[in-house]
Design a protein around this ligand. Structure first.
Ligand code: ADQ
Length: 496
């Protein structure tokens, strides 16, 4: 039987019918909207990154409260005395509460423990994690601070709390300790969960597992990550694993562990992709970067070592070595938002990417053509969809990725179905998008051959593959992801 397609309206109904007597709170490190000074004026930007892309439509649907840390230089200028503001500014639909962190807290919590210990620990990208005691202390402090902020906001009301990601492994535990009977907590882990062999090196492993297990529901993108988590808990903690219910029982508390593959607003993206604004952006980008008449291959990522950006460039280099006739015929455009630049490894990566572009362009360029265009730009939403619509191939070559939303955004935007997705096997998205051209980014020859194959697929084959992938994303859309999590959450009862 075909399952029903979840829509924003279904989700709104679910929330209105079942949650209106309760508070609904989302916690994440990143904010959905950031206020920054630009040429002396305050500008509001939509935050980049997968978590924001996924959750903004949900919060809009349910008029909830989003608690995140205020990192924009103008954030404090637009909020009230409690750090709150209604967002988005053109259609205020929910409240954003900004938590202020000191520089030391930001360094230790965000750049330190979250992004130099947990991020590399959970991604198998051969980057050694750095565990510093001082970072861990700030990480604990900031998790506590968020717990206090959430409880200040909800007062003595009962609330559903939905925590996002690896920045807040301890938040479920602190919240439950401070308000044991008032809260039902879901935690969604957006990145991979590694196997026990990898996770066991973490000096704070027990605190992290115990923190997460204070949640009532713990979600991962794919079943494999759930299995890794259950296995890790089984080997590290005294607790009962219930394989039938797929849960962990520690003391008298049970945590359900479930896979929920995150997605995008397929219909929303599809509709905006055909808007006059996107058509205008297509024209402007084509002129700005001189793209007409060439086969366009794109990459769209935060500049992060897990995304396999150097590997992608080296595959383009190899492709041109093997097929010099492609010179002048193709162009690879990498759109990269600068990310976590205060971390030395990210600065190194930026230098490495710059050097590769220099070298590869020098090696293959002709009088009027360079193979690679690197644009370190944050694209507007319309520009992003314009690029997805203009390209012939979108390449995702992550060394490891929880899901990868670029893959699903691209597929949703390709209304004419005539384009190819080249996708790393090591993304969560590869489990669903089986009609992509699959690659192992570590295998340069295979990667280059796959690009060649993608460039030469027949129109019929391209359309057949894209059609199938579009059907998958239409069905497994963002509202389904949220609807499934919230439906499970609603089965829990508040303690009396
Ligand atoms: P991320 O690692 O941030 O997310 P991803 O899922 O690819 O990765 O999302 C990136 C988002 O940022 C996309 O929505 C994309 O459009 C946007 N973006 C990237 N580059 C951009 C640019 N130059 N300009 C504008 N926008 C840009 C984490 C996990 C992923 C998981 C998500 C959601 O690492 O595996 O898919 O969370 O769970």
């Amino acid at each position: 039987m075909k399952s029903k397609i979840w829509t924003k309206e279904n989700l709104q109904t679910l929330i209105k019918e079942n949650m209106s007597d309760y508070e609904f709170v989302v916690d994440s490190s990143r904010q959905p909207y950031v206020h920054v000074f630009k040429k002396g004026k305050i500008e509001c930007q939509r935050g980049a990154g997968g978590v924001v892309t996924a959750l903004d439509p949900i919060l809009r649907a349910c008029n909830g409260l989003w608690v995140a840390y205020g990192n924009g230089d103008a954030d404090g200028k637009v909020t009230d005395a409690n750090g709150k503001i209604r967002v988005p500014h053109d259609d205020p639909s929910y409240t954003l509460k900004r938590v202020w962190l000191t520089k030391e807290e930001e360094d230790g919590f965000y750049y330190g423990y979250a992004n130099q210990a947990l991020w590399p620990l959970c991604h198998l990208a051969f980057q050694r994690p750095v565990f510093k005691n001082s970072d861990w202390e700030y990480y604990c402090e900031v998790n506590k601070k968020f717990a206090r902020m959430v409880l200040d906001e909800i007062g003595d009301k009962k609330a559903f709390i939905w925590i996002q990601d690896y920045h807040f492994t301890l938040l479920p535990k602190y919240l439950k300790e401070m308000a044991p009977s008032q809260l039902i907590i879901a935690h969604f882990w957006h990145i991979p969960w590694p196997n026990h062999e990898v996770f066991r090196i973490c000096p704070q492993k027990h605190q992290i597992l115990e923190g997460l297990l204070a949640s009532d529901l713990l979600g991962f993108h794919i079943r494999y990550h759930c299995d890794n988590f259950m296995d890790t808990v089984d080997r590290e903690l005294q607790c009962k694993i219930n394989r039938e219910r797929f849960s962990v029982i520690k003391g008298d508390h049970e945590t359900l562990i479930r896979p929920y593959p995150i997605s995008v607003d397929f219909e929303g993206l599809r509709d905006i992709a055909t808007s006059p604004e996107v058509r205008k952006a297509m024209k402007a980008l084509s002129q700005e970067y001189d793209l007409s008449g060439k086969k366009l291959i794109i990459g769209v990522d935060r500049i992060d070592y897990t995304k396999g950006i150097p590997e992608r460039m080296l595959a383009i280099d190899r492709l041109l070595e093997m097929h010099p006739a492609l010179k002048g015929e193709i162009v690879f455009m990498q759109m990269g938002v600068i990310s976590r630049i205060h971390i030395p490894r990210y600065r190194e990566l930026n230098d490495q990417v710059n050097a590769l572009v220099e070298d590869i362009n020098w090696k293959h360029s002709t009088a009027d053509w360079d193979p690679i265009i690197l644009a370190r730009r944050h694209l507007s939403f319309h520009e992003l969809l314009a690029l997805y619509r203009m390209c012939d191939i979108c390449v995702i070559s992550s060394l490891h990725d929880g899901m990868n939303l670029v893959a699903k955004e691209f597929v949703s935007s390709r209304v004419n179905e005539d384009a190819v997705l080249v996708l790393s096997r090591f993304t969560g998205a590869a489990r669903e998008l089986e009609d992509a051209v699959s690659i192992n980014p570590y295998n340069r020859e295979e990667f280059a051959n796959s690009l060649y194959k993608a460039l030469n697929l027949s129109r019929e084959e391209r359309k057949k593959r894209m059609k199938k992938m579009r059907a998958v994303v239409l069905n497994n859309n963002i509202y389904r992801w949220a609807g499934k999590i919230l439906s499970e959450l609603l089965k829990f009862e508040f303690q009396e």
